[in-house]
Design a protein around this ligand. Structure first.
Ligand SMILES: Cc1cc2nc3c(=O)[nH]c(=O)nc-3n(C[C@H](O)[C@H](O)[C@H](O)COP(=O)(O)O)c2cc1C
Length: 182
């Protein structure tokens, strides 16, 4: 799949009042995926999430569809370390950092997360991709590029999980949707 959805969602206040009570009916852990456009956004969001009845937070530093945020932080050791350490100061709950695969060396951002006190890293997010409609001679997506996911990216994900697992001591979560199991 090549998607360009961005991070549309109703926001943390709506989540608190509507989604969380519903989710709490299930006997499962709740980990909230959080994203912002600036470090201040991440910190403000983390302060709110810290007060909620949730089991952990996953920082999305890796979304390719948001122009100003996410991937800008997620591609370097220093960028990941900076945003993660700022969030770590205000968040008492388990903190997972989700990594972007759109880098040359995936171990660098992983080490930045570890150095900043993350409890674990998860990977991968989507790979930056592009598709062209040859009849229209235009990119298919309005945003030109989007995030590629699905069975095609699995070998990349497995390779990166392998590399990261050798590079850090914190837990590494390899992400794969169940529907791809067969
Ligand atoms: C439509 C769509 C929306 C997504 N939204 C998010 C998101 O909000 N936050 C995030 O961290 N990852 C998001 N992702 C990335 C997925 O969580 C996952 O990391 C990625 O699709 C690679 O795994 P897969 O190949 O098993 O789908 C999204 C993926 C898709 C296809």
């Amino acid at each position: 799949m090549l998607n360009s959805i961005g991070l549309q969602n109703p926001g943390v206040e709506y989540f608190m009042e509507n989604d969380l009570p519903w989710l709490r009916k299930f006997d499962t852990k709740i980990i909230v995926n959080a994203c912002g456009s600036t470090i201040e956004d991440y910190v403000e969001l983390a302060k709110v999430l810290n007060t909620l009845d949730i089991d952990g937070v996953e920082l999305n530093l890796s979304c390719p569809n948001v122009k100003a945020g996410c991937m800008a932080f997620g591609t370097t050791y220093e960028g990941v370390k900076e945003v993660t350490s700022q969030v770590r100061k205000v968040l008492d709950k388990p903190l997972i950092v989700k990594l972007t695969p759109n880098v040359t060396d995936i171990t660098e951002p992983a080490k930045g997360a570890e150095a900043a006190g993350a409890d674990g890293v998860s990977l991968i997010n989507t790979l930056l991709g592009m598709s062209i409609d040859i009849e229209k001679q235009r990119p298919v997506l309005a945003n030109n590029m989007g995030g590629l996911s699905g069975p095609a990216v699995k070998p990349v994900a497995v390779r990166m999980v392998y590399q990261v697992a050798k590079a850090v001591k914190i837990p590494v979560l390899g992400l794969r949707r169940n529907s791809y199991r067969k």
